[in-house]
Design a protein around this ligand. Sequence first.
Ligand SMILES: Nc1ncnc2c1ncn2[C@@H]1O[C@H](COP(=O)(O)OP(=O)(O)OP(=O)(O)O)[C@@H](O)[C@H]1O
Length: 601
Amino acid sequence: MKRLLWLVPLAVAAWLLPYGLGGYAIHVADVAIIFAILAIGLGLTMGVAGQINLAQVAFFGVGAYAVAILTTKAGFGFWTAAALALLVAVVFGMLVGIPALRMQSHYLGIVTLGLALAFTNWVTNAHIAGRAEGISDIPVPPMFGIDLSSGYLFYYVELVVFAIALAFALLVTRSPLGRRLRAMRDDDLAAGSLGAEIPLLRMTAFVLSGLYGGLAGILYAGLIRFVAPESFNIANMFLLLAMVIIGGRSSIIGCVVGAVALSLVREALLDASGYAQLGYGLVVVLVVVFAPQGLAGLPGQIRSLLRRRAGGSRAQLGPFRPYGAAPASSREAALEVREVTKRFKGLVALDRVSLTVPTGEIRGIVGPNGSGKTTLFNVISGFYDPTQGSVALGGRDVTGMAPYRLSLRGVARTFQNLRLFEDLSVRENILLGLDRTRTSWIWRYPGLPWKVLDYERSLHRRGEELIERFGLTDVAGAGPRSLPYGVQRRIELARAMAMSPTLLLLDEPAAGLNGEEVRQLAEIVRSIRDSGVTVIVIEHNMGLVMSLCDQVTVLSSGKVIADGRPAEVAVHPDVVAAYLGDSMSAPTEATAEAAAEEATR
Ligand SMILES: Nc1ncnc2c1ncn2[C@@H]1O[C@H](COP(=O)(O)OP(=O)(O)OP(=O)(O)O)[C@@H](O)[C@H]1O
């Protein structure tokens, strides 16, 4: 919060601004604030949540037209109409959000653009919306006898609404919800496996968009007191997009700066509006190519350039601090996979696979490439529904449960190809794992914002503890992309443990690690097991499997061909035969003996 102190002098300056401005200039300032609110809404949906939304201008129009229709045709007072208009805009946001549940990226862009065009078409042709002439005579908003027909006094109403809207957007982006939205933008599958309810989050993004669009529309109706289709057309949508892209779409402050700057430029270029459109287009292209994070991203870009010039970061991975041992728990099954078959069209990736993993065990899953190991993990963690068969966790059937539900029931996983959120820092990756709340918790954002801040503080406290335990203190503020592979693997493991799992699934955790890193990995996984967590590990490094695992299950062509203690499995004739057909070396008796020796050391 201290980082936001620089907003105070700006707020004072904004409050004093009307004293130095003429009538027309204050009108320009009034319009700029409306665009700033719109841009915050677009920044939240597109920049933070990654949902392409070309309907923001329609939300704006819905808010303004709803006030116009409700006041002039239905006889409502301005503020009652405003409250209803906000509701209508939010509902409209939800409707536009429905396609986002099924489609993403450019498809979503086309659908939202279509809906925005449909809105302009409707207001141009509907009698109730005044057709092309629009609706005039919207009443002046009453306010305890203050004359809000004055652009000066209306400025203060706008300023207060804007301050609240900005504070709320900053609360959202700098707290667990914003982090989840950004994680969803980076990789929705990984976010789902960490407990994010993706459909609800996408809907939340569009609700926020509708809310900010509606709010801006209400202020517009109160300020101009006239609505017509051209104020909400596609040209304005593109202007809004330019504001957000130039300012920095994932930064709320950047969106505001972009909106204010372009509103002023637009005013200055009013007489050359044709060239101005061309100019905006050119600047947007330049920004996308040279400063993808917009103006708000420039300081960070310069900092990382200077760091690279200075020879990069010398951050070190610290030692792992082991977990305390948990008292021996019952040997009841942590996981039971019964007769699971998974078919992909004609291909049978898993063929009636059954396995039982007792609590507190390290189970190895090995097998030649393409034998179905990752598919088995995907079924256990809810990424795939099995074609047949069932999965039970701690005796409870969880077949077909969504990844976020399984994550909340204690299943955590890592991925073969590392799925860290690249645009989030290491610390934020870990905080995501620690956050175990459901999306329905978000009513606290408007209702009890201080509870959100308390929760965020407690997440940070626990986050620092975990960061220190996994030796990540030096790299906590860095982006994962900039770090060596071994460190990234450690971060993914820490993030999975942040979820306090009862079942931890590790997909090839030693891939790409050097000898010392593999040794450290074995030490960490043993400590995790000793703390009472059941671990299942897919691994091609046979030395590690033999020394680490209590039991090993071998898959070949989607079938379980052996199951038992590592040394027994390694010499099983079917296993030797399966591995001889693979490029990888077979686990021989010699490997088993060497590994057993290491295990007893
Ligand atoms: N989503 C999918 N669609 C179609 N086929 C798939 C899909 N996922 C996996 N498969 C196929 O299922 C089979 C098993 O794949 P899987 O990734 O589970 O093997 P694996 O044992 O993990 O292999 P590796 O050791 O190479 O990671 C492969 O033939 C693969 O091509």
